[in-house]
Design a protein around this ligand. Structure first.
Ligand SMILES: [Zn+2]
Length: 142
């Protein structure tokens, strides 16, 4: 894990607990989320217990990696200087076809071109030796 406080390091997740497990799947180019084995409810961010049925039984279930833009906010002024070169950018919530939602990037689309319901698919951006981030891009036309 990167421990330097470089601008890039400040953007990376802290790899511990369930978060480390989530990103370990991403390193294998698989987008998996916790899925309750009692009631089938997906959840993210990772946590111990199902909020629907309170079960402690769960698995890292695979997704197809496809979904739709659920919502986003566009950042025009970087309050954190590590993001100064990126503005304007959109912090996007993608809803996977299976149901879980993930705050992420949608690349290849300007913030003002995003649309609710836009079909997107995951791609994996290896940003350090230890961290591969799941990002999304518009789905190719069928
Ligand atoms: Zn449950």
């Amino acid at each position: 894990m990167t421990t330097e406080h470089t601008p890039q390091a400040l953007r990376l997740p802290v790899l511990q607990g369930y978060t480390a497990e989530f990103y370990a799947w991403c390193q294998q180019r698989e987008l998996r989320f916790q899925c309750c084995q009692q009631c089938g409810t997906w959840r993210h961010p990772p946590r111990l217990m199902c909020t629907r049925c309170h079960s402690l039984e769960w698995e890292w279930a695979p997704t197809k990696g496809t979904g739709r833009v659920y919502c986003w906010t566009t950042v025009y002024q970087a309050l954190d200087p590590t993001f100064a070169e990126d503005v304007p950018y959109a912090a996007v919530v993608v809803e996977l076809d299976e149901g879980p939602r993930l705050t992420t990037w949608v690349t290849g689309v300007a913030p003002d071109e995003l649309r609710v319901g836009m079909p997107v698919e995951v791609w994996f951006d290896k940003v350090s030796d230890d961290v591969t981030l799941p990002k999304f891009k518009p789905q190719a036309a069928p």
